[in-house]
Design a protein around this ligand. Structure first.
Ligand SMILES: NC(=O)c1ccc[n+]([C@@H]2O[C@H](COP(=O)([O-])OP(=O)(O)OC[C@H]3O[C@@H](n4cnc5c(N)ncnc54)[C@H](OP(=O)(O)O)[C@@H]3O)[C@@H](O)[C@H]2O)c1
Length: 324
């Protein structure tokens, strides 16, 4: 099998492509032949040793991959060989041609969903469906401001919020990202690098946004908070901007606003069965045409470092997949 290996924390250039004998699944495990591995912003942080989850070295990155079950270990009755699946495991290992996973970490893949889409949509869509149905709710006609709207989480947020009946304002840095967000269902777009975010949101909505979805943080977080109307909610999703924002809490108190943390990863550990249902729900909605993740840009496994660097440099609109 071919796999990417991280032997020291650092820039993605330190990753190595290694060839080792194919693994065999143990009891309760499955061996998946990987056709597409999802690349996410988090993977880059993990490889650099900058994420809250610090795996022991060496390790193979990759939290979500899709492929075909080759063999199953003892005690795995339900997963026949050749079954199409998507696997997600915080133990990682997805950047490889073959991946051993606990049987409960794979979900059957509907025929209508490609390996590339499954491998790249699960993390961002599960996070956003969890955020907008379990951490808060979004009502028909509410105004939702999405930061980083052309990224993986951002485009999923635009799609999920639009599907739930919201009017979405997409904030992003490049014309390509704003165009992608408008195509995904946003009603309006803001260049948050050059425009006054709060003023533009007020102009578009009248009284302010009902909900902010923030995977970016600084330097836009405070303006986004101030763009909320009274009783508005602010969903904290991530900090791609770098530093963790320090928000003036008087702006929360004065207008009866609510700040809500969203940690899909932590919840998926606390409720693995609920997470399997959530992932199956995402895939079912994609197969039925109710959610619309775009096909990702693809890179061969040899170009993993290039893929991770492009994401870190804000050059990617949408998602990336590695094809092992
Ligand atoms: N809370 C959860 O449960 C959860 C789950 C999954 C992911 N996340 C987090 O959500 C965040 C976004 O993930 P993602 O997959 O959407 O990442 P992504 O595809 O790389 O998109 C992130 C967006 O952030 C913006 N950005 C602003 N400053 C940036 C900078 N200095 N470097 C890189 N990007 C910058 C970019 O948009 P512009 O160029 O338009 O500014 C970029 O498109 C990450 O922090 C990730 O860890 C959280």
């Amino acid at each position: 099998m071919r796999r990417i290996v991280c032997r020291e924390f650092g820039p993605p250039e330190h990753l190595r492509l290694e060839v080792v004998p194919d693994p065999k699944p143990g009891p309760g495990e499955v061996l998946v032949k990987v056709y597409a591995a999802g690349v996410s912003f988090v993977d880059g942080l993990i490889v650099r040793g900058m994420y809250q989850l610090k795996p022991s070295l060496p390790f193979t990155p990759g939290l979500v991959s899709a492929g075909e079950v080759l063999t199953t270990g003892a005690g795995v009755p339900d997963l026949a060989a050749h079954r199409r699946v998507v696997g997600s495991d915080f133990g990682m290992g997805g950047y490889a041609s073959h991946w051993i996973l606990p049987a409960e970490a794979v979900v059957p893949l509907p025929a209508a969903v490609t390996y590339e889409v499954a491998a790249t949509a699960v993390e961002s869509y599960a996070t956003m469906l969890f955020a907008l149905t379990q951490r808060t709710a979004v009502a028909n006609g509410e105004w939702v401001l999405v930061l980083g709207a052309g990224g993986g989480i951002g485009l999923a947020a635009v799609d999920v919020a639009s599907t739930l009946g919201a009017n979405v304002i997409a904030a992003a840095s490049s014309p390509a990202k704003r165009t992608a967000a408008l195509s995904a269902g946003a009603q309006a777009a803001i260049d948050y690098e050059t425009e006054d975010l709060k003023a533009r949101v007020r102009e578009i909505t009248g009284s302010g946004a009902d909900l902010v979805i923030d995977p970016v943080g600084d330097p836009f977080a405070e303006q986004a908070l101030r763009s909320l109307r009274a009783y508005g909610r602010y969903l904290v999703i991530g900090f791609t901007g770098g530093s963790i924002p320090r928000l003036p809490l008087n702006r929360v108190l004065l207008e009866n606003r609510t700040i809500v943390g969203v940690d899909w990863g932590a919840w998926s550990h606390q409720d693995p069965a609920g997470n399997q249902r959530l992932i199956a729900d995402v895939l079912g909605r994609v197969a039925a045409g109710a959610l619309h993740p775009a096909a990702p840009q693809t890179y061969p496994l040899e170009r993993t470092a290039e893929a991770l660097n492009a994401l870190a440099k804000r050059q990617i609109t949408g998602k990336l997949a590695l094809l092992p």
